[in-house]
Design a protein around this ligand. Structure first.
Ligand code: PMP
Length: 473
């Protein structure tokens, strides 16, 4: 009943009617997923896949409480937020109760892109400035306004050029970033990265302009699962505020307990942003997002006299779903689970660094982990082809879904549903060990004779998928 046509027919229809730029995962052998449950997804033949990448299905695919909340509310009423509704105000109350400081006012939207677009509008209206500081490799959404502040998109061939009012600071990647432990040994990396932002602010001002906002993901995901150095955001937030700008934390991927130690990832850096954007995990697959800000910023926005209206933002169905998601996180102690399972996953992945020359760096917090693959620990050249081959092999041989990302697409990403357990972590570790084992001999060769042509020895039975294009996760 879940499948109304054969996979071949689905592909044919898709090729005919869906825009080519909508790219599939595993393009040469795409998956047809027809059902999900917890941390598992099932294809049309009933094969079970362990989902290690889906941060949207936050409390688990098709969580019964979330499904029931949606079913019940859609059977009652779904209308817009110009009518009073309890689910809307309860959602705002619950969401802001998780936020520190005076982040107490919400605007509801339908996606992360919409949230960041509105955050920019709030910031620009508040500061009466236009310039935005963003981080290299950042992705903040697919709308024109947020593509402009997403180097992940505009730095690609064919991407629109960067507008003059956008300023890009280096991504604080201390392993292979502009300043790292290898090229800047014994230096204060945090200071090097934050000084860059100070310089940008100085330049903006010397050109007679001002700063509207600094926007960053609290932990950059598309940039390659980056954990910024301690003190990084604190220093930047001070400088930005001193310059009259506001700070925006994009929690679209990393919010809602994923980092284990805190509900929001910015809290790991002990800062309080002026604006926070949330989406993906908030609806567990249903489109819902929000912008949370201070009364001061929200009130200033209201003085514009232009009403904010969003047909679907804050509809009772979306809010009932978001309320159920937040309840499940608390009831099932999923933040604690992320901390415990994440710690196990991280410690054991760190062990891989000792075992495999190719595993250059392992980093993460909670259920947000990155495993960076390099040709050798010494050269730190990105092992992109190997990372892509491993992503394919994990799916084809082990039925485990992971993805790769980062500027060189060499970082294996894990951000599974929060119900991921120790058994799942063990299953992942056994499989990744097997996959990394395929490259042992290659790595030894690359140490004695560094490769210059980017060629690597893949297992003889390996089937390549096409070079992965910019896939937004
Ligand atoms: N911000 C971040 C950090 C994201 O990862 C994404 C989506 N990948 C977005 C914003 C945009 O969200 P959406 O796709 O819901 O518009």
């Amino acid at each position: 009943a879940c499948e109304s046509m054969t996979k071949t027919d689905t592909i044919k229809l898709r090729n005919r009617h869906i825009g080519k730029s909508c790219q599939l995962f595993y393009r040469s052998d795409p998956l047809k997923i027809i059902r999900g449950e917890g941390q598992y997804m099932f294809d049309e033949e009933g094969t079970r896949y362990l989902d290690c990448i889906n941060n949207v299905a936050h409390v688990g695919h098709c969580h019964p409480k979330v499904v029931e909340a949606a079913r019940a509310q859609i059977g009652l009423i779904s209308t817009n937020n110009r009518f009073l509704h309890d689910e809307l105000v309860k959602c705002a109350q619950k969401l802001t109760s998780k936020m520190p400081g005076d982040l107490s006012v919400c605007f509801f939207v339908n996606s992360g892109s919409e949230a960041n677009d509105l955050a920019l509008r709030l910031a620009r209206y508040y500061t009466k400035q236009k310039d935005v500081i963003t981080l290299d490799h950042a992705y903040h959404g697919h709308l024109t306004s947020v593509m402009e502040i997403s180097p992940y998109k505009f730095n690609k061939p064919g991407g629109d050029p960067k507008p003059d009012f956008v300023h890009v600071a280096s991504c604080p990647d201390t392993y292979r970033g502009r300043y790292n432990v290898k090229n800047c040994p014994d230096q204060d990396l945090c200071k090097l990265y934050t000084t860059e932002v100070d310089e940008i602010i100085k330049n903006i001002k010397s050109n007679g302009k001002g700063v509207a906002a600094f926007i960053a993901e609290s932990l950059q995901s598309c940039g390659g699962q980056i954990i910024p150095p301690a003190g990084y955001f604190d220093s930047i937030y001070r400088s930005v505020r001193e310059a009259g700008g506001v700070t925006i934390a994009d929690e679209v991927q990393v919010g809602f307990g994923r980092v284990g130690t805190h509900y929001f990832a910015f809290e790991t850096q002990h800062v309080i942003p002026d604006i926070v954007t949330v989406a993906k995990p908030m609806g567990n697959g249903h489109p819902v997002g929000a912008v949370v800000t201070t009364p001061k910023i929200a009130e200033r926005f209201a003085t514009s006299g232009v009403a904010y209206f969003n047909t679907y933002g804050g509809n009772p169905v979306s809010c009932a779903i978001a309320n159920a998601v937040m309840d499940v996180i608390d009831e099932e102690k999923l933040q604690e689970n992320a901390l415990i399972v994440g710690q196990y996953l991280l410690e054991n992945s760190l062990q891989l660094m000792k075992e495999f020359e190719m595993v250059g760096d392992v980093r993460g917090t909670g259920l947000f982990v990155g495993i960076e693959l390099v040709k050798s620990k010494e050269c730190r050249q990105a092992a992109t082809a190997e990372a892509n081959a491993i992503v394919d092999r994990m799916k084809n041989v082990h039925h485990i879904l992971i993805s790769s990302d980062g500027p060189d697409d060499n970082v294996l990403k894990l951000k599974p549903p929060m119900v991921f357990n120790i058994e799942n972590a063990k299953e992942f570790l056994t499989a990744i060990r097997e996959c990394l084992g395929q490259y042992q001999s290659t790595e030894k060769k690359s140490i004695s004779a560094p490769q210059t042509n980017g060629v690597c020895n893949l297992p003889s039975n390996h089937k390549f998928t096409e070079k992965k294009e910019i896939l937004v996760k």
